[in-house]
Design a binder for this molecule. Sequence first.
Ligand code: NAD
Length: 317
Amino acid sequence: MAQLDFAGQVAIVTGGGRNLGRGYSLELARRGAAVVVDDIDGEAAASVAGEIERAGGKAVASAESVATAEGGAAIVAKAVEEFGTVDILVNNAGNLRAGEFAGLTLDDFEAVLAVHLGGAFCVTQPAWAVMRERGRGRIVMSGSAAGVYPEGGYSDYATAKAGIVGLTRALAAEGRAHGIHVNAILPQAGGSSMTADAAPIHSLEDARFRGPDAALAPYKSVEAVSPLVMYLCSPECSHTGLILSAGAGWFGRVFLGLTYGWTAPEPGVPPTAEEVARHFDRIVDPAEYLVPGGASDELQHIAARLGLATTEERRAG
Ligand SMILES: NC(=O)c1ccc[n+]([C@@H]2O[C@H](COP(=O)([O-])OP(=O)(O)OC[C@H]3O[C@@H](n4cnc5c(N)ncnc54)[C@H](O)[C@@H]3O)[C@@H](O)[C@H]2O)c1
C-alpha cells in the first residue's frame, strides 16, 4: 500500500492539546493535513499548533468547548475559514468524574455526558453538513473499553462511551449514502490527564486488572494507537461502523453479536415464563452467533429461526 498521505486535507482534532489528541494532531500534520487543534485548554492547543508549525506543518489552535452547539459550530467554522473545508474529524476530547455509583451526583453524570457524547454531537453535526455537501468525510470517535465492558466505578464515563458506540453505528449507517465513514476506537494509551483528579476505583485494584496493566504499561504509548487512527482517517479505509480496540501495538475489533437463541416450539403460541427460564442458557449461549450489520439482519435471523420465508425470499423463490 502507498504511504497514507493527507496533503490537501483538513482535519479537526478535539482535545488536541494533550496526550492522544496531541499525538493524532502531530501525525496528521506530519502526513500533510492542515489541522485545527481544539482544546478547552487554549494554551495546550496553541502549544501543539505551534509545534506543528515549527515542524513546517499547517495548524491553527482553537480554545472552544466541544460541549456546546456554539463551540462545535465555531470549531468547524474555524476549519472552513482558515483552511477551506473539513475532511477529517477526530472526536477525542474527554473529561472524567469517576467514582462509585452511590456517590455520583447528577452534575457529575451530566458533565461527563456533555463532553464525550454531547461533544461528539456538537462538533460532528456542523462537520457533517460540510462533508455531506462534498460527498465525503472521515470521522473517528473515541470510545473506551470502559464503555463496552466496564469494570465498575465509571458509570458516568461508561454511559457516555457506550453512547459513542451507538452514535458511531447510527452515523455510519446514515453516512453511507453520503460517503461519510464513521468508526470508533477504544484506545489504551495511559498518560491521561483525565484520571488525575478522579476518585480511586476499587475494581481497578483487582489483580486481574493490575497484573496485565502493569505488564503493558511500558508499551502503552500514544504512538502505538495513532497508526489505527491515521488509517481510519484516510480515503484508503473503506470500512465504516466498526469499533476497534488498540493498545501497546495490538489491534482488534469489538463487535455486538446475536446468539443463535431459542425459539418457542409452537409458532404463534407465546411460551410461558417458565419455558423461557428453562431455556435461558440456550438463549444466552454465545457458542453460535452472528454479527448483525443492522436491525434488518436480526429480523432476518428471527424469521429464519421461525422457519418463515421473508418477502424477498418468497419473491426470489
Ligand atoms: N488514555 C487512554 O488510555 C484512554 C483509554 C480509553 C479512552 N480514552 C479516550 O481517548 C480520549 C483522549 O484521552 P487522553 O488520555 O488523551 O485524555 P487527556 O485528558 O489527556 O486529554 C483530553 C483533552 O480533552 C480536553 N478537553 C476536556 N474537555 C474539553 C472540552 N469541553 N472541549 C474541548 N476539549 C476538552 C482536555 O483539556 C484535554 O487536553 C478521551 O476521549 C478518552 O476518554 C483514552
